[in-house]
Design a protein around this ligand. Structure first.
Ligand code: CAO
Length: 533
């Protein structure tokens, strides 16, 4: 014990060093404070008097040992919007560490992105997927739409006359809508005011469209140095950077199509929207990272996600296989067992499993009439003996042609044909029940109808029923990312321009006269009807 104490006692040299460092910090502090004050004052002036309470609120909150929930939320908002910022990472680290953990029940202390405001210039699917996610986590998402038209998907694939399509409603929950003609001089003024009061601008226009509106990164950054400008484009810098891109183009250009489908068929696109929704997901992560970095640096940055890159990232294992090809055939691909030679590029692998455990889709009872009476079956090595027993082939456990994984690779087709003779005697759910008893990895092919009716998905909020004022009730997919202290509720999508006046009044603090002036200029289009809720 005595030994430990001696060890921990600082040497005289260390004490002297620390004292000198402290002295230096104390000397430097006033200059730094002055800088911070000046920047804050400038920012407040730019934003108008509504924000002038920010720094005093922060000071008050600091003097209270445990701030009230409302005050804490206020402080959080001012932090993300550019109120008085702490001086250094070390300072913030200390501040966060000294804040006592919330005592509120889980999920009752706001949401993860409370206080973050998004200027949502997105349309169609990729961008809206991203901003919908951010909205589910609590961000205030203000969707800017063209007057009278809106996001083109409002009218695409319409199922109910005169109502927003499911395409639109299912990608724009929890957002507010404002209509602005971004090319009208008054509209530009409103947009610039929004740029000043938001944290992130998200857009997925065709290359150059944002710049043609006058919103270059340099201009945005001048208006609001803390603004994060996040974009989805089809391609990154390079020969195709000016091209417009939709989902399937991205699937083809990102490597998914060339590796999907059967060996003897053409390239195939998948139903999962990996180009649009997948890229939206990537972008959301980039935005959250940029917000986190901004806490330290105080400045915004550009976030770019190219759809080609997003798809390629999801096809990473196929690029893995491309490089493995140099060292011989890909033995887990069933073409190996069928003696079909490999070419120069990663081939299409049908339903082969992408990992080291061979798998295939097998028919189940009723497959003749039900297109989804199938099960995915994985011959995972650790449960091979159980598989042999279940399918009535106990002799395979010791047969040298079947007992070990490498011996099985050349005969995968024959093995799966044998297993299929067993699965065809069971429904996909019966097979699932039996196989799960032995921990044999498998999964039924579920139709959209079955998923829509699945009770457990309703309970977790993954499938949600929403009521909409013009289209009635519909199902949607809720937030698939579950946070235990930031609970997601799904609110219906906005009607076109539904929140135009509210945003001018409450966010931009325009007075009645100014609102009337902008409205009469034609920059906002026709006054939108309010939802009959
Ligand atoms: N006020 C005035 N004009 C507006 C406006 C507003 N509020 N909102 C949009 N516009 C204008 C744009 O300024 C642009 O005009 P200019 O071309 O004259 O500058 C115009 O509307 C059309 O924008 P766009 O070119 O982005 O739209 P598009 O329908 O021709 O192309 C798409 C759609 C998706 C192919 C293209 O936006 C794109 O490639 N985006 C990037 C990749 C992407 O996200 N693709 C996924 C789409 S989801 O499948």
């Amino acid at each position: 014990m005595a030994k430990t104490t001696k060890k921990m006692t600082p040497t005289r040299k260390a004490v002297a060093k620390r004292a000198a460092a402290k002295k230096a910090t104390v000397k430097k502090a006033p200059a730094k404070r002055a800088r911070v004050k000046k920047t804050t004052a400038k920012r407040i002036a730019a934003r108008g008097s509504a924000k002038s309470t920010t720094s005093s609120r922060r000071t008050r909150a600091k003097t209270k040992p445990v701030p009230k929930a409302g005050a804490r939320r206020g402080a959080a908002s001012s932090e993300v919007r550019g109120g008085a910022r702490p001086k250094s990472a070390a300072f913030r680290g200390r501040a966060a560490a000294s804040r006592s953990p919330s005592r509120k029940p889980w999920g009752a202390d706001g949401k993860a992105l409370d206080g973050v405001r998004i200027l949502d210039f997105t349309h169609v699917q990729s961008g809206p997927t991203c901003t919908q996610l951010l909205a589910w986590f609590g961000a205030d998402v203000i969707k800017v739409e063209r007057p009278g038209v809106g996001d083109i998907t409002r009218g695409q694939l319409r199922d109910v006359p005169n109502a927003d399509s499911l395409y639109f409603t299912m990608l724009n929950h929890n957002k507010r809508s404002i209509t602005i003609d971004s090319k009208h001089p008054e509209g530009k003024g409103v947009l610039e005011a929004l740029v000043k009061s938001c944290d992130v601008l998200v857009e997925n226009f065709a290359p150059g469209a944002l710049e043609r509106m006058g919103l270059t990164f340099e201009h945005i950054h001048k208006l609001n140095p803390r603004m994060i400008v996040a974009s989805v484009k089809g391609f990154g810098p390079g020969p195709y950077e000016d091209c417009k891109v939709y989902e399937n183009v991205a699937q083809c250009a990102g490597g998914a199509a060339s590796t999907t489908g059967f060996l003897d068929g053409p390239p195939l696109v998948t139903g999962a929207q990996i180009g649009d929704s997948g890229t939206g997901l990537h972008l959301a992560l980039g935005i959250v990272c940029a917000l986190y970095q901004r806490n330290r640096t105080g400045r915004g940055q550009k976030v770019l996600t190219a759809m080609q890159d997003g798809v390629l990232n999801l096809c990473r294992v196929k690029l893995r296989d491309q490089q493995r090809l140099k060292h011989g055939p890909l033995k887990e691909y069933s073409q190996y067992g069928q003696n079909i030679p490999f070419g120069e590029a990663t081939p299409r692998a049908g339903n082969d499993s992408g990992g080291g455990q061979p798998g295939w889709i097998l028919k189940c009872k009723g497959w003749e009439t039900d297109p989804n009476a199938y099960i995915y079956f994985i011959t995972q090595a650790p449960v091979w003996e159980a598989i042999c027993d279940v399918i009535g082939k106990p002799e395979w456990k010791t047969d040298p042609d079947y007992a070990k994984p490498p011996a099985r690779l050349p005969r995968l087709k024959q093995i799966f044909d044998t297993i299929e003779r067993w699965t065809m005697t069971k429904s996909k759910f019966e097979a699932m029940d039996i196989l799960n008893q032995y921990d044999i990895p498998c999964g039924p092919i579920l139709s959209m109808k079955e998923l829509a009716e699945e009770e457990s998905l309703r309970k977790t909020g993954t499938i949600v029923e929403i009521d909409h004022p013009t289209r009635g009730k519909y199902l949607t997919v809720g937030n698939p990312i579950k946070l235990s202290d930031s609970l997601s509720e799904v609110k219906r999508s906005p009607l076109l321009g539904e929140h135009t006046e509210e945003i001018l009044r409450d966010v931009l603090k325009f007075d009645r006269r100014r609102i009337a002036k902008v409205q009469s200029s034609g920059a906002l289009g026709e006054a939108a009807p309010l939802a009959a809720e």
